[in-house]
Design a protein around this ligand. Structure first.
Ligand SMILES: Cc1ncc(COP(=O)(O)O)c(C=O)c1O
Length: 427
C-alpha cells in the first residue's frame, strides 16, 4: 500500500498490515519460528545470494518483524527500516556499518550515557575513533572532520538535558563533508514529534524500548534508512564495492537507495545476531497504534508538571525545552511538534541525600531508568544512567547530584502533581 497520502495517525495503525498475508486477520500474526522451509534448492540458493527476497532464518528476517519494519519505514517516510534487539544494538550496527578500524565519526557532546560509553570504550577497542565535538556549534563538528570521517552523529534531543541541536545546520555540515548525517531520534517518537529526515538526516536510529513500545514491556531498536545518501563517493567500499560475505555482491549496485539498510540486515544482523524476538515485534506494532495519542497526552502533562515544579520553592531549576529560558527553546520549537518532548529535568535545592529522599517518597512515579513509558518515570542520572562518567564529563553533560529526569506518563496530571507535592513535603 502507498502510505504517503495518509497522515501519521493513520499510518501508525494501517502500515504493515497486509490482509492478504494475514488471512484477513485484523492484527499481525506472531511467527515464533527460527527457520523457514525452502520450496526448492534453487529458491534457497537465490535467497542466500540475495537475488531474491524471502525468509531464511529469524536472525535475519521474520514476518512479524517485517510488518513492524514496514510500519516504521512508513511513519518516517523512509526507504526501509531494520528492527533489532535494542537501541544500543541499532547504534552499534549503524556505526560499524559506516566506519572501519582506523576511521572515525564525529559526535555530539550531548549523548545518552550508554551511547557515550559504547563510543568511548567499545568502539575505540574496535579501532573506530569517536570524536566528540567541543560544543553544539556546527563549526565544532566541521573542525573535527577529516578524510577518515564516516559520519556525523547526534541525538535529536540529547539525553538527559534535552539539548536540541541545529539539525538543519548539522546536516549541511555533513553534506559539505560528504558523510552521512545520523540522528538518534529516540525522543522524536518515531517521527511524530520530530522527523530528522525532514531536516536532512540520512540515517535514523531509535530506541524502540521507549515511545515506540510505549508501555515498558519490551526492548528494541530500529535503524531507518532515508535512502538519500550517495554511497558511491569512494568512501564506503563496504557498501559500494565487492562484498566479501556475498561473493562480491555490490550493495549500492544491487539495492540502490536501500543499500545501507540491506547491508545492516544481511551483514550486521547475520554477524552480530542482535535480532528482535517476533513477540517483541508484535508488542512494538501494538505500541505504535496509539503512539501519537500517548505522546500528545504525555507532552500536555509535561507542560503542567514542569510549570508546577517551576513555581515550587524546593526546586532550584527546571530545564524544559518548552520554556523560553532553555538554551534549546528555539531549536525545539523549530524541530519538535509542540516545541517539546515528554521529558524534562529538575534540580532540587538541597543535597544528594534530600534528592534521594524525594525520589523514594514518590508513590506514582516509578524510580527507573526509562523514558517514554505509560508510567511516569523519575530518574536520578548521577547515580544511574550517567554513573560511569568522570566528574568533568558529568559537568559537560550537565549532570549534577540533585538533578532528576522526569518522563511524563499517562496518569492524570493532577494526581501526579499531588504526589509530587507530598514528596516535596517529605524532604
Ligand atoms: C537517546 C537514547 N538512545 C539509545 C538508547 C539505548 O536504547 P536501549 O535501551 O533500547 O538499548 C537510549 C536508552 O535510554 C536512549 O535514551
Amino acid at each position: 500500500m502507498d502510505y504517503k497520502k495518509y497522515r501519521f495517525e493513520t499510518r501508525q495503525i494501517h502500515a504493515g498490515l497486509d490482509p492478504a498475508i494475514e488471512n484477513g486477520a485484523r492484527g499481525v500474526g506472531i511467527y515464533p519460528t527460527a527457520a523457514y522451509r525452502f520450496k526448492s534448492c534453487d529458491y534457497a540458493a537465490k535467497l542466500f545470494e540475495l537475488s531474491e527476497g524471502g525468509n531464511i532464518y529469524t536472525r535475519l528476517q521474520n514476518p512479524t518483524t517485517s510488518a513492524y519494519e514496514e510500519r516504521i519505514a512508513a511513519l518516517y517516510g523512509a526507504v526501509g527500516a531494520l528492527a533489532v534487539a535494542s537501541g544500543m544494538s541499532a547504534i552499534l550496527l549503524t556505526v560499524t556499518a559506516l566506519a572501519k578500524q582506523g576511521e572515525n565519526i564525529v559526535a555530539s557532546p550531548y549523548l545518552y550515557g550508554g551511547t557515550y560509553n559504547q563510543f568511548r570504550i567499545s568502539l575505540r577497542n574496535l579501532g573506530i575513533e569517536v570524536r566528540i565535538a567541543a560544543s553544539e556549534d556546527p563549526a565544532a563538528f566541521a573542525a573535527l572532520c577529516d578524510e577518515k570521517t564516516r559520519a556525523i552523529y547526534v541525538e535529536s534531543m540529547g539525553n538527559p538535558t534535552c539539548a536540541v541541536l541545529d539539525l538543519e545546520a548539522l546536516a549541511a555540515v555533513a553534506r559539505q563533508k560528504d558523510v552521512p548525517f545520523v540522528v538518534d531520534n529516540t525522543f522524536g517518537a518515531a517521527g511524530y514529534l520530530c522527523n530528522p529526515f525532514d531536516w536532512g538526516a540520512n540515517i535514523v536510529v531509535d530506541s524502540a524500548t521507549k515511545w515506540i513500545n510505549g508501555h515498558g514491556t519490551a526492548m528494541g531498536g530500529v535503524i531507518v534508512d532515508g535512502g538519500n545518501y550517495n554511497w558511491r563517493n569512494g568512501k564506503f567500499p563496504q557498501i559500494d564495492g565487492p562484498s566479501e560475505g556475498y561473493h562480491g555482491l555490490n550493495f549500492a549496485e544491487a539495492f540502490g537507495a536501500a543499500a545501507f539498510v540491506v547491508k545492516c540486515r544481511v551483514d550486521g544482523l547475520r554477524d552480530f545476531g542482535c535480532c528482535p524476538s517476533p513477540f517483541d515485534s508484535y508488542l512494538m506494532m501494538i505500541g505504535l497504534e496509539t503512539l501519537s495519542l500517548r505522546v500528545r497526552q504525555e507532552v500536555e502533562t509535561t507542560w503542567k508538571l514542569a510549570e508546577y515544579c517551576r513555581n515550587h520553592p524546593k526546586v532550584a531549576r527546571v530545564s524544559f525545552v518548552g520554556f523560553e529560558d532553555h538554551p534549546s527553546y528555539a531549536h525545539a520549537k523549530k524541530y519538535y511538534r509542540y516545541g517539546s518532548s515528554a521529558v524534562f529535568t529538575i534540580e532540587l535545592k538541597g543535597t544528594l541525600e534530600s534528592t534521594v529522599q524525594f525520589v523514594e517518597a514518590q508513590k506514582l512515579a516509578a524510580h527507573m531508568t526509562m523514558i517514554g513509558d505509560s508510567i511516569t518515570v523519575i530518574t536520578h542520572p548521577a547515580s544511574t544512567t550517567h554513573k560511569q562518567l568522570s566528574e568533568a564529563d558529568l559537568k559537560a553533560a550537565g549532570v549534577t547530584p540533585t538533578l532528576l529526569r522526569i518522563s511524563a506518563g499517562l496518569e492524570h496530571p493532577e494526581d501526579l502533581i499531588a504526589d509530587f507535592e507530598e514528596a516535596f513535603q517529605a524532604i
